[in-house]
Design a protein around this ligand. Sequence first.
Ligand code: NAP
Ligand code: SF4
Length: 671
Amino acid sequence: MPYPHMLAPLDLGHVTLPNRVLMGSMHTGLEERGDWGRVATYYAERAAGGAGLIVTGGMAPNPEGGVFPGAAGLYVDADIANHRQVTEAVHAAGGRIAMQILHAGRYAYGPDCVAPSALKSPIAPFTPRALDEEGIEKQIADMVTAAERARAAGYDGVEIMGSEGYFINQFLCAATNHRTDRWGGHYANRMRLPVEIMRRTRAALGRDFLIIYRISLIDLVPGGQSFDEVTRLAHAMEEAGASILNTGIGWHEARVPTIATSVPRAGWAWVTRKLMGKVGVPLITSNRINTPEVAEELLAGGAADMVSMARPFLADPEFVAKAASGRAAEIAPCIACNQACLDHTFQGKISSCLVNPRAGFETELNYLPTDAPRKIAVVGAGPAGLMAALVADRRGHDVTLFEADSRIGGQLNMARVIPGKEEFHGLVGWFEGEVARSNIAVQLDTRATPEALGRFDAVIIATGVAPRDPQIPGQDAPHVLRYTDVLRGGAPVGARGVVVGAGGIGFDVSEYLVHDGDSATEDLALWQREWGVADPDQAPGGLAEGGPRPAPPARAVTLVQRSRGKPGKKLGKTTGWIHRASLAARGVKMLGGMEYRRITPDGLVIFRDGQEETLPADTIVLCTGQEPERGLANALSQTGCEVHIIGGADVAAELDAKRAIDQGARLAAAL
Ligand code: NAP
Ligand code: SF4
């Protein structure tokens, strides 16, 4: 059997899970829209795909505990019927599902938020109200009632969210709990809240119900728990009735990345391993586990009893089923980009997936067999063209894919060379595999001509983008490069670089230039040094004394933009701060409000605050955005053939792989 540890059943007494894979909690954004049939279909697909146990997105136990006003929850009996649609669909698909009870405490985006002490979080807008004794009792009672309602709705269990800096975690740390009553002060008092919640929930629900506790094993904030304290809590939660302990890593306000793509794979499993053997209940490890190989290695090596994966189940609902049937190579990889999932959540949008646009849209985006197969040409094998070709092929169309380059991937091939973006190798590899397994006729090194395209019933133009010409006087000098010269052509760059344009690509190029081949993402010890992570046995909370110790930069880099303000504001909601912090740590100067006057042999002459200044540079790299590549589309418009334009060739502004893949999939689903 492949992956024998990952696919081994787990006996929990009253229930046996079929394998060691938990689909971890992720907010979908569907619940707030009241479309519970869609929520049910979303989870049922993942149950059918083999997840051993599913945990829902966080559900508030009462209005004040909601992440934002109106956030999904289970605090009125009338909602039980909605949740029952979900549990029935999951059970019908052969799965099991637990509901996560999430009380946000001071992280709630609402004026009614409550916490142990009236201390505002740096990432939330409201100062919480400090609860009195009666208020604390009410919160506990509401959580127990939410668990009872969850059972009434047919859930197989609940997960009590005790990590990530939410309400319970706020009680556990002295930094956020300044109370002097029996809920604050020494650790026995600070951990009273989770212990009471667990004890009373177990008492209310009896033995035959799963209660998972998500324990913060490493807080990654100043004043975080020591590992002794965490271990004490783990024992107490086991004694109070927890069935399983799931790993939580870092508070949301932590300034250490915990799940971003630049975090090494399984880069936090060592923390779970520290607790292994110290408690009798199964332990689940989590964060940046995205392939069956990594999961198997962790379980075989004794890092945990189960692995949790959340985002990988967005990328591919059939993760487990494919692994179990020898089709692991077919698993669409989660590249940990957050672009369509967590970034969407924080923008109030439906959580989906860059790699799998069907995620969250299972009831409306389906790749059904066509009853009228057509000959379709796709021009351009970047993300938009690849997805369009794959979906059209899957539906039964006769697809030919033209690519001028000698390999597929388009702009993804530039992303993959950036230190910290190694996951893009896997994405390109997956596309290569999918194309090889399909019936698509691939013509590499081929520029499609209007004549050659004349024999097709429909043509999909996915010819991508060309770099925008910023028209800076002097830009034709030999020390001026375009980002494509650097990332695709490997053109040499001098010791002092100025990067012009601070969009996603300007940031990527800067990251590339300050490294000299070493990527901390592939070296956990190096990565921990760069971000200041320490063993919580030595440093409470896991923050190294002395802070981050980044490697010296390979070059001196200045990154500039014309807009006022700090560069990087438009980067991903949940990852932009990581890119900014990473460049700042390597000494990159990030400057806004520039007017570009000219380029001289000495560097870039800019104008700001009423005067000219030269930013010295041996090399200047232009990353000034892109324009649609439409030459072929324009030529075809004269021929009368059916033409569809997608990806960057359609709209270059704000282009990213998410929009390209989504557009390709949706077009091909409708052809
Ligand atoms: P972009 O995000 O549109 O940024 C273009 C940059 O060039 C901006 O800084 C813009 O800022 C500047 N610019 C625009 N027109 C200019 C002109 N005529 N002269 C001088 N400067 C000009 O484009 P991009 O960086 O090429 O990225 C393309 C897409 O890929 C983006 O959507 C991006 O999000 C995505 N991407 C994302 C990531 C990521 O990390 N998530 C990484 C790579 C790419 P000013 O106008 O202020 O100068
Ligand atoms: Fe993973 Fe990115 Fe998809 Fe989110 S959007 S599930 S991080 S690939």
